[in-house]
Design a protein around this ligand. Structure first.
Ligand code: ATP
Length: 305
């Protein structure tokens, strides 16, 4: 079954900006799906329509085969949403935010109490349950939003930039938590700027640019399309690097070069060519991950056309 089915979805804002241009998109039940795109690409608008925060101009959306217009109440029960902006009452206590949310869904007090304890514990917020939300850190507020979105145990969890502004170690914990939720069978859709996040978490990815889906497929498939990567070489001693046969080299300063490598070219070969020039290397790292390079080349191509 499809968790999400979108046909011809269009959104034109009052300022005449065409935020979504006849989008078609399908997400299968159980998938971990990433929607990636630059600032202003249309990700938040798309998610806003699915979660009933933005009114669409045209097209159809259904969640587990329930149309979000004609079967709104049923469709809504399937969705747990974690928006970018904090939208809980910051003067409420953590535990009350969850209990009240359960009330909106008509969940009994007993069940609500059990789920509140479970999700607050899983998200490391149980100790803070009697704290007012306004005194939580940014990362804790994000986790509180995730806990709250799970209280009615939705089949589809939609997260808009879940780890934006979250520190590195917390981000890894959140990734593990989301992976575990998906493993339990929950479908997850997230938007992200961090391509390494999409690469690590998502089985399928759609790339959105100027309100259009420009690429859509399995993460593996997309990565196999990436035909170049750029490595940064830190040199042991200052040197002026002469051209390396067949490689695009950019000398950043006298101890750093960037080398663009195509699929059939290797770091070992670059090391060998540098060695021939008597240049020793201190360290090598990737400039961007492969998905990042692919994303940039797709978006740049699209914008040039
Ligand atoms: P970001 O990563 O910055 O959140 P995004 O991909 O989520 O970007 P959207 O917020 O969906 O992009 O915006 C898509 C386009 O619609 C942008 O050009 C934006 O300026 C415009 N837009 C978004 N919200 C509104 C609004 N309420 N009124 C008018 N225009 C809007």
């Amino acid at each position: 079954m499809n968790a999400l089915n979108i046909k011809g979805l269009t959104k034109i804002y009052k300022n005449k900006i065409l935020a979504l241009d006849k989008i078609d998109l399908t997400v299968k039940e159980g998938d971990f799906f990433g929607l990636i795109g630059a600032n202003g690409a249309g990700k938040t608008t798309l998610i806003g329509i699915i979660t009933d925060l933005v009114v669409k101009t045209g097209g159809e959306v259904s969640i587990f085969e329930k149309n979000i217009e004609t079967d709104f109440n049923e469709a809504k029960k399937f969705i747990g949403a974690v928006p970018q902006e904090i939208n809980f009452n910051i003067f409420e206590k953590v535990i009350d935010i969850l209990i009240h949310q359960a009330g909106f869904y008509g969940i009994s007090k007993n069940i609500a109490a059990g789920r509140t304890e479970r999700y607050l514990k899983q998200l490391g917020l149980w100790d803070k349950r009697h704290t007012k939300a306004n005194s939580l850190s940014g990362g804790m507020k994000k986790r509180l939003m995730i806990a709250r979105s799970l209280i009615h145990e939705p089949k589809l969890l939609i997260l808009d930039e879940p780890t934006a502004g979250v520190d590195v170690s917390l981000r890894l914990e959140m990734w593990d938590f989301l992976k575990a939720l998906n493993k339990e069978g929950r479908t997850i859709i997230l938007t992200t700027h961090y391509l390494e996040e999409a690469e690590y978490l998502c089985r399928n990815i759609a790339i959105i640019n100027h309100g259009k889906i420009i690429e859509n497929g399995s993460t593996k498939e997309l990565l196999s399309k990436s035909n170049k990567q750029t490595a940064i070489f830190d040199l042991k001693t200052p040197a002026k690097v002469k051209p390396l046969n067949g490689y695009k080299v950019d000398q950043i300063d006298d101890i750093t070069i960037e080398v663009e490598m195509l699929k059939n070219q290797t770091i070992n070969e670059v090391v060998r060519l540098l060695d021939k020039q008597g240049i020793m290397i201190n360290s090598i790292r990737n400039k961007a991950n492969r998905l990042e390079e692919l994303f940039l080349s797709l978006v740049n191509n699209e914008n040039e056309n």
